[in-house]
Design a protein around this ligand. Structure first.
Ligand SMILES: Nc1nc(=O)c2c([nH]1)NC[C@@H]1CN(c3ccc(C(=O)N[C@@H](CCC(=O)O)C(=O)O)cc3)C=[N+]21
Length: 292
């Protein structure tokens, strides 16, 4: 058996196209341009690549893109002051503060300062809570992108066994919430899980978000399962996911590649969330319908 490759790059291009269509209508009918501000503190080269790519795609969709690059020794107070300015800026509908932040800056404090309505990452406690009780406000981009690919590939997810590996606030936990919302039976596994291979082997859907190159191997996968690889690991062999792609592709029913899978979907969902935030701020209907 050879798995279908879920083409996240193509799917993301289609989604960005829809975003661009909605943006064009917002501009033409209402004179409103959705605006996204991205804040990068320090000069991590990988973060720099993502931020550039976000800016490029934001502009390509017809939106306003504002980048704030601050030195690595920026104080917490300066960062909080910038967030406060962006909160008050009517041209900005979405704010993303790139994580991780340098040591000495209290990440939770920064995230809590972003207005929930502008929190296009969905990391503010208020959005986390709304997601947990099924009242969705802003849904984190990476898990949202994974759900869209799963729906597209499998249709209805009801009753399927889903195993998420990794319990981060950014991916694992919100991913588990969203899968629950799709009526999956969800297991949230992590580094302390006993018999991880045995747990994963029961899954119809596997989402790997641990940050360990090629950790998930073919013998962990139930034949025909759908495998979503969230890992982005830079190794001597280049960019690899958390899944041993070649091995797992021989067993799985479908798999996302790295690169070209979850990554591009994350950025497309960020643009979609920004359009949603803009529409809400202006009392307009939400065209993206992605808030689940
Ligand atoms: N507040 C915040 N929100 C984020 O969403 C956020 C963040 N901080 N910090 C860093 C991570 C990482 N992230 C990626 C986005 C796109 C790709 C992406 O498009 N990757 C390409 C390849 C890019 C390459 O070659 O390096 C791909 O997978 O095909 C990867 C990683 C968003 N993050």
């Amino acid at each position: 058996m050879t798995a279908d490759i879920i083409d996240g790059k193509a799917f993301a291009a289609g989604l960005r196209n829809k975003v661009a269509g909605h943006v064009a209508r917002l501009v033409a009918d209402h004179g409103i341009t959705p605006g996204l501000a991205v804040v990068l503190v320090g000069d991590d080269p990988a973060s720099d690549v993502y931020v550039r790519s976000k800016g490029r795609m934001t502009k390509a969709a017809g939106m306003l893109s504002v980048e704030h690059r601050l030195p690595a020794d920026t104080t917490q107070d300066d960062l909080l002051a910038l967030v406060a300015r962006l909160n008050a800026d009517r041209a900005i509908h979405g704010i993303l503060v790139q994580l991780p932040l340098p040591k000495g800056i209290d990440e939770a404090r920064v995230l809590a300062t972003i207005l929930p309505a502008k929190d296009v990452d969905g990391f503010h406690i208020s959005n986390v809570g709304l997601l947990a009780v099924g009242q969705r406000a802003m849904v984190p981009c990476t898990p949202l992108g994974c759900i869209l690919m799963l729906r597209e590939h499998l249709g209805d997810l009801s009753g399927l066994d889903a195993v998420v590996i990794g319990r981060s606030n950014i991916v694992g936990k919100p991913m588990a919430q969203l899968l629950l919302g799709e009526n999956c039976t969800v297991t949230l596994a992590h580094s302390r899980t006993r018999d991880l291979a045995g747990v994963v082997r029961r899954a119809d859907i596997v989402v790997a978000a641990v940050g360990r190159p090629c950790m998930v191997t073919a013998d962990w996968i139930k034949p025909g399962a759908t495998v979503i690889d969230v890992g982005i690991n830079r190794t001597d062999a280049g960019l690899v996911g958390d899944v041993d792609f070649a091995g797992v592709a021989a067993v799985a029913g479908a798999i996302t590649p790295v690169p070209g899978g979850v990554g591009p979907m994350t950025i497309a969902c960020l643009l979609a969330n920004t359009v949603t935030a803009c529409c809400r701020a202006n009392g307009l209907p939400e065209p993206m319908g992605l808030t689940l």
